[in-house]
Design a protein around this ligand. Structure first.
Ligand SMILES: NC(=O)c1ccc[n+]([C@@H]2O[C@H](COP(=O)([O-])OP(=O)(O)OC[C@H]3O[C@@H](n4cnc5c(N)ncnc54)[C@H](OP(=O)(O)O)[C@@H]3O)[C@@H](O)[C@H]2O)c1
Length: 268
């Protein structure tokens, strides 16, 4: 065994993680292997990161003790049932596959330690937000190692598995909702004469800065909102308009509907 971590699947999310692990110095390129059926993907990933690539998932298992499952959900049965993939005792499996519960993982890899992760696509710029749940065999040292690996691409919070659908609503899917907010803000800029690209940049940076204010000051978002609203000023007019039009209720309903859909899909 020459590598430390092996990726089954080498698409967008696997690439984000591989890039983060190398950039943060957690693993060297020689300690990472990955596989993908298409030569185009193998050539791209080996040329981008200098890691060894394989065609088949079964070739990854002897190479590393830590295996990341990063294929699409529909590819999972084929891996274990058609390709004969076996990941046994002594291995740790991190799955980033949406909807693959620890119980379902147990049916495929009963003897391995298992971690279920729900990341979001902001991992691609190392600002991901993800939740992860561990099976009981994952101990303190494993947890430290997992936290370090996931933190290479963003914020990683351990949660009990029953909260994974919440993670999907609040982190997995929410970038789509926030892009809509950025776009709507920019639209108003265009309406008032600002070029669209400039308006998008200003709206996006305002969202990034606001998120940093919440995370870095530790203040409640309501407190920060109050700090921005001068009495009788411009901002309070906008805040009242959003309250009147039901922004809070719209966003809470959207996240709640996403959580419900995620729970429904996990049961299927
Ligand atoms: N993208 C997101 O924002 C996001 C967010 C949260 C969770 N996820 C989860 O992350 C997982 C990966 O998503 P992604 O966006 O990275 O998908 P993706 O870009 O389509 O990558 C999937 C990879 O799996 C490879 N693959 C397919 N069949 C395989 C097999 N039999 N053996 C080995 N590799 C195989 C593909 O190879 P080829 O390139 O050769 O086709 C591709 O490299 C999904 O399960 C998804 O639920 C994604």
């Amino acid at each position: 065994m020459s590598a430390k971590i092996g990726f089954i699947g080498a698409g967008k999310m696997a690439e984000a993680l591989i890039g983060g692990l190398i950039a943060k110095g957690i693993f060297t390129k020689d300690e990472i292997v990955a596989c993908a059926p298409s030569k185009t993907t193998r050539d791209r990933v080996s040329s981008n990161y200098g890691i060894r690539m394989f065609e088949k998932a079964v070739q990854i298992v002897p190479e590393a003790d830590l295996i990341v499952l990063a294929v699409k959900p529909r590819s999972v049965p084929g891996l274990f049932e058609d390709e004969g993939l076996e990941i046994g005792k002594g291995k740790t499996v991190i799955s980033i596959i949406a909807g693959l519960t620890l119980a379902k993982m147990d049916s495929y890899v009963p003897d391995a330690k298992k971690i279920r992760v729900m990341p979001n696509h902001c991992c691609m710029v190392k600002e991901g937000a993800m939740g992860y749940a561990c099976d009981p065999s994952v101990d303190g040292d494993d947890k430290k190692r997992i936290a370090k690996i996931l933190s290479s691409v963003g914020l990683a919070e351990e949660v009990p598995e029953y909260l994974m659908d919440c993670v999907t609503g609040i982190a997995g899917s929410s970038p789509a909702f926030l892009y809509m907010v950025i776009d709507s803000m920019a639209e108003a800029g265009v309406l008032n004469g600002m070029p669209r690209d400039q308006a998008v940049r200003l709206a996006a940076q305002s969202m990034l800065g606001s998120a940093k204010m919440v995370l870095e000051t530790g203040k409640h978002p309501e407190q920060l909102r109050d700090e921005v609203c001068s009495p009788g000023g411009t901002t309070i007019v906008g805040v009242k308009t959003l309250e009147d039009l039901g922004l809070r209720s719209a966003m809470a309903n959207a996240v709640d509907a996403t959580i419900a859909k995620s729970a429904e899909m996990s049961r299927e």
